[in-house]
Design a protein around this ligand. Structure first.
Ligand SMILES: [Zn+2]
Length: 252
């Protein structure tokens, strides 16, 4: 999430006086063994009858799990996610999946906005400067399987925060192991053979994948963090390998 930043567009100011009361029990459909129900007040109704079709993955940008939990449940912070997973793999369930948690903010994916109304948000405890621990990845994979099954979300519907908001967000970042998720059909990953054929312009492929309009350098950075992490910090201009990988991802 990069939780130090404002969530942006999460709630109309006019709705402030109606304080939400957290329910005493989680959505029974999402109750899983070992998951701690720790309700956050920071949620609202999903708009226009929308249901989750995406999962948005975040890192907290904080070193301390307790501080992240506190912030995600602080009414003054106006941020939340449906789930928080610690480095040791403990899962906290903060917002019922049927509700609209405030994790995504301004942005879009595949031409549609209000990502909060169309997604389930999962925060991973990680300051952003280190790999994601194995127990955390294991817990995430189990959680993704259940969320994706409940809402019939496909592998290509699992995205990073920086994918839907390339101008503003950097999480979960190039250290996140998307390839590991893809091997379990929990995300998508380019074909290693990509790059053989002449590829269309990068802008076309990124549009087709789902990236929203943003300055080209921001879209390139977000794309590389997600699909070409070895080049994430290269600082080089777009090249043929970017175009080839993007063309491959666009048809997955
Ligand atoms: Zn985020």
């Amino acid at each position: 999430m990069a939780m130090a930043s404002p969530a942006g567009g999460t709630r109309p100011r006019s709705a402030r006086p109606r304080a939400q009361r957290a329910l005493a029990v989680p959505d029974p459909r999402s109750a899983m063994p070992g998951v701690i129900w720790h309700p956050s007040p920071n949620h609202g109704p999903r708009r226009d009858g929308l249901q989750p079709e995406l999962v948005v993955l975040h890192f907290t940008g904080m070193a301390d799990t307790g501080a992240a939990l506190e912030r995600l449940c602080d009414p003054a912070a106006e941020v939340s996610a449906h789930y928080l997973i610690s480095g040791s793999g403990q899962v906290w369930h903060l917002v019922q999946e049927s509700r609209r948690a405030w994790h995504a903010g301004a942005g879009g994916w595949q031409g549609r906005g209000d990502v909060n109304s169309r997604s389930v948000g999962i925060e991973l405890c990680n300051p952003g400067d280190r790999p994601f621990a194995a127990p955390q990845m294991h817990a995430l994979e189990a959680l993704l399987r259940s969320v994706m099954a409940r809402w019939n979300i496909r592998a290509k519907g699992v995205i990073g925060h920086s994918d839907m908001a390339p101008e503003r967000k950097f999480d979960p970042g190039p250290r996140f192991d998307w390839c590991r998720l893809a091997r379990q059909q929990l995300a998508i990953w380019p074909d290693p053979q990509a790059g053989q054929a002449p590829a269309p312009p990068l802008v076309q492929s990124l549009d087709r994948i789902g990236y929203p309009p943003a300055p080209a350098p921001d879209r390139l950075r977000a794309f590389r963090a997600r699909f070409r992490p070895a080049a994430a910090h290269s600082g080089r201009d777009e090249d043929a390998q970017d175009r080839a990988i993007a063309a491959n991802v666009a048809v997955l």
